[in-house]
Write a protein of this length. Structure first.
Length: 125
């Protein structure tokens, strides 16, 4: 699996993999050559990994972080429900009787569609 790098406007506060690894490596006092030995790769490969435009696999990122004494942690949080508020406003502009009449109409249309589907399936069987 590759991490797909997003334009900067979408990654505010998110480190790109290469610079993150470089920053952690330098903060740990480890050279690229030392990190390469720990990862079982070469110094040029680490230099390429640390570039701003690198797009390493998730496994490579985890290996590099592990070699530097860090672990990858992804955090999620709930997002607001995605609803079309204009539809809600439109419904609230209707009287209760109008909303009920609309709902009954949709139920009748649903019944008709269900019956048509049943007839179609019976014709194929």
């Amino acid at each position: 699996m590759h991490l797909f790098l997003l334009p900067t406007r979408y990654t505010s506060g998110v480190d790109r993999p290469g610079p993150l690894i470089a920053r952690l490596r330098r903060g740990s006092g480890v050279t690229q050559a030392q990190l390469a030995r720990r990862m079982g790769t070469t110094q040029p490969a680490v230099a390429k990994l640390e570039r701003d435009d690198s797009n390493p696999t998730l496994a490579t990122i985890v290996d590099a972080l592990d070699a530097l004494g860090h672990e990858l942690s992804l955090v999620t949080r709930p997002r607001p429900a995605r609803v079309d508020e204009s539809l809600i406003r439109r419904q609230l502009e209707l009287s209760p009787q109008q909303r009920l009449k609309s709902l009954e109409s949709m139920a009748r249309e649903g019944d008709l569609l269900s019956e048509a589907g049943a007839r179609s399936r019976a014709g194929r069987g």
